[in-house]
Each structure stands twice: as structure tokens, then as C-alpha cells.
Ligand binder design. Structure first.
Ligand code: F1X
Length: 411
């Protein structure tokens, strides 16, 4: 057994008992009461018993490279465009606007988004690609990753391979894609990606999520995150608690907190460097079919309660079927909360960044300008929301207010 004495005080000691054992400075939340943390007076010494030895997983240079990438993605006012819909998911999006799901139509829509004015880089720090899109080109033959990078935006890649049933549970799932992941990461890094995404899905019902599903998905996320970091990719860790159900906001908060606590224990067990990660969680909301939707004021304070102890570089919320407008207002409300915010709180939206743009496009090349305007408008609004500066204008159009909820959202 190793025993280490760690000074914590004004000179900035190492905090090794929390989730981010590699942190060079004490996370401000370490002194917050609750969640099992010990309030330690500044300048006190902390004697910590370390049960096992950690072989260094990453060099200081690797850590710096990862944290620099993460910070670029969530620089002030920036968030992520999740354009990583699989072929099937893109198919259902295109079906709604009566456009055939061909490779060319998927490419054409993405080209319109990616060729938006370079000023889009003021609100978009990263774009998540699906495998197919990473290897597509614009009409002039330029590979999409280069189109994005030339705007100063970081390229990411969806790495999970979707859900698989977990036997012995009430219809719960785990996520596939660990086999061969190291090789895929190495290749994607060579091909221009600097971050990855892995989405695990948990569902609230009377009997779920089970401890098995929570633990299995947390462990899988941690294995993925560790492999990503070994290959220079910043992992987006996405444990999504789906909005389906009649549950109230408190139940969502309870479940989300249990899920996140388990995920962060697993990340710690796997020696994942948290400052080189991004968390992509669900917002804490009442279930989509809840009889009473709680008022937003509860929502933002509970979001903070949930995230108080975790130090990733940034927290990039998914939109989870909220309307574009709702997702922007909620993100702004979260950022307006007066509690201390040691991380960037921003967006990684799929539906809530593309719905108006898709509707404006309708598969017609002549709608390119209107499509880009719709996309840039939502990006700018979410950029403002990530700084807590978006307030309802009363002018937003019908499309932006339409619910984007899909039951049991898988892809
Ligand atoms: O909930 P949203 O913001 O629409 O999308 C969140 C997300 O994880 O789910 C999608 C699945 O298609 C992904 O494209 C995207 O990254």
C-alpha cells in the first residue's frame, strides 16, 4: 500500500482524492458540502491511502494536447454541432421534408451547413461527423474535414456502434464498438479528427435504469474514453438519460445524478484525464409525458446540483428532443444561474441546431442561402445562450418552437 501526503493550500497543491487525480490545482467544488465530499480547510494536509499503483497513462505533453483541444472546442461562446446522424437517423430526418435518403442528399445537406460563412466559428467550436461524412467532399472536391478545419473548427467523430440488448434487464441496452476501437481512433486521428463521441442510453421507468445497466454503460464509456485519450482524441462522454416517460423532474435529477456519479467513478478507475474530456449530458427535465412540466427555475438549479463535483473541460448539453427555442432558453437559463461555474456550460446539439435549417432546405439547391441563414441564426443564439445572454425575443418562427421529441430515441 502506498501512502502519500498531499498539501492543499494557497500555494496550489495536488488534489488526489477526487475524480481528477491529475489536476494541478484544487477543483473549487472540493470544498462544497454534500455528495460525500470532505470540507478541508485551506493549508491543511491530507493523508491519502492509495490502494493500488497507477502506471502513468498519459505523458504531460499528451495531457496538454488533449486539454488544449477541449478548451478550443468550448472556448467562450462556442459549442458543438452534432452532425453525426447515422444513415438511418438521417433517413428519418430527410423523410420529414420528403427528400430521399441517398448518399448524395446527405452530402448535399452537410455541404450547405459546412460551407456557411466562416464567422460561424464564433459560435461553433467543434463538429461531430459520422464515418460516411468524414470521407465526403464538397462540390469543389475538398474533403469535409478540411472545410471545417479551415474555419478554425475542431473535427470530431462518432465512435460508438449503437446499442445492444442487456440480458436480464427490462429492455435495457449497452453500447457496442470497443472491439478494434484503438485502431479506429488511430486512423481517424490521421484523417483529421481530434475528438470522439460515444453515446450511452439509459431509460427511466418504474424498473429502470437498473444498477447493471448504469454500471455497464459507465464502464464502457470509461474504456472508450481511455482508448480515445491514448490516441490523442478528446472523448465526449455522453450518458444520455432519455426524456421518455411520465416521471417528474426530481426523479430525473435523482437518476441523472446516480448515472453521472457512476460514470465518474468509472472514469477515475480507468485513469481518464478529466481535463481532457467533455461531458455531454441530458438536461434535467421532467419526462416528456409528465402531467405537469416543472418550471424552468427548478431546472437550472438542479442541473447545478447534479454537476457540482465533476471537472471535465466543458459540459456540452444534448438537446434530447426539445424544440430549438426551448433548448436555447434552457441553456441560457442554466448559464444565468448565480452558483459558481468552474466549467464551460454549452451545447452539443443535433436536432436543436438543424431542424429549421432542414425545413428551410427541403432538398432544393436554390434554398441554400435560407438554409445557411437558419443554421447560423440557431448557432448564434446558442452561442449567446452558452454565455447566459439569450432571452426570448418573441419573434422566433414556428419551426423553432416545434418539439423534436422522438420516443425511445436510438440511432
Ligand atoms: O439530442 P440531440 O441534440 O438531437 O442529439 C444528441 C446526439 O447525441 O444524438 C444524436 C443521435 O442521432 C446525435 O447525432 C447527437 O450527437
Amino acid at each position: 500500500m502506498y501512502v502519500s501526503t498531499v498539501g492543499i493550500g494557497n500555494t496550489g497543491g495536488h488534489f488526489v482524492s477526487g475524480p481528477s487525480a491529475d489536476s494541478k490545482s484544487l477543483h473549487p467544488c472540493a470544498f462544497h458540502e454534500g455528495h460525500g465530499a470532505t470540507a478541508v480547510p485551506p493549508s491543511a494536509s491530507l493523508v491519502i491511502a492509495i490502494m493500488t499503483h497507477q502506471f502513468p497513462a498519459l505523458t504531460p505533453e499528451q495531457k496538454k494536447a488533449l486539454s488544449d483541444i477541449a478548451q478550443r472546442i468550448v472556448a467562450p461562446g462556442k459549442g458543438i454541432l452534432a452532425a453525426d446522424e447515422s444513415v438511418g437517423t438521417m433517413g428519418s430526418r430527410l423523410q420529414r421534408i420528403k427528400v430521399e435518403n441517398t448518399e448524395e442528399n446527405r452530402r448535399a445537406f452537410r455541404e450547405i451547413l459546412f460551407s456557411s460563412d466562416a464567422s460561424i466559428n464564433q459560435s461553433i467550436g467543434g463538429v461531430i461527423f459520422f464515418h460516411e461524412t468524414l470521407y465526403q467532399k464538397d462540390s469543389s472536391g475538398k474533403p469535409f474535414p478540411d472545410v471545417i478545419k479551415d474555419k478554425g473548427i475542431v473535427v470530431g467523430i462518432k465512435l460508438d456502434k449503437g446499442t445492444a440488448p442487456l440480458a436480464g434487464t427490462n429492455g435495457e441496452t449497452t453500447i457496442q464498438g470497443l472491439d478494434g476501437l484503438a485502431e479506429r481512433c488511430a486512423q481517424y486521428k490521421k484523417d483529421g479528427a481530434d475528438f470522439g463521441k460515444w453515446r450511452a442510453v439509459l431509460k427511466i421507468t418504474e424498473t429502470t435504469p437498473s444498477t447493471l445497466a448504469i454500471q455497464e454503460n459507465a464502464n464502457t464509456l470509461a474504456r472508450y474514453a481511455s482508448i480515445c485519450q491514448q490516441h490523442g482524441l478528446v472523448p465526449i462522454v455522453e450518458p444520455e438519460v432519455l426524456p421518455d416517460g411520465e416521471h417528474d423532474l426530481q426523479r430525473c435529477q435523482y437518476v441523472t445524478e446516480k448515472v453521472l456519479a457512476t460514470v465518474y467513478k468509472a472514469l477515475n478507475d480507468h485513469h481518464v484525464y478529466l481535463e481532457g474530456t467533455l461531458l455531454k449530458p441530458n438536461m434535467v427535465t421532467a419526462g416528456h409525458s409528465a402531467s405537469t412540466q416543472d418550471i424552468r427555475v427548478n431546472q437550472w438549479s438542479l442541473n447545478f446540483y447534479v454537476f457540482f463535483f465533476f471537472p471535465p473541460a466543458g459540459i456540452c448539453f444534448l438537446s434530447g428532443g426539445q424544440s430549438e427555442e426551448e433548448a436555447s432558453l434552457n441553456l441560457s437559463a442554466i448559464n444565468q444561474c448565480s452558483l459558481p461555474k468552474p466549467w464551460k456550460l454549452t451545447f452539443s446539439y443535433g436536432r436543436a441546431l438543424q431542424a429549421s435549417a432542414l425545413a428551410a432546405w427541403a432538398g432544393k439547391p436554390e434554398n441554400k442561402k435560407a438554409t445557411q441563414e437558419a443554421f447560423c441564426k440557431r448557432a448564434q443564439i446558442n452561442g449567446l445562450a452558452s454565455k447566459g445572454q439569450y432571452i426570448v425575443s418573441g419573434k422566433s418562427d414556428g419551426a423553432a418552437k416545434q418539439s423534436l421529441f422522438t420516443a425511445s430515441y436510438t440511432y
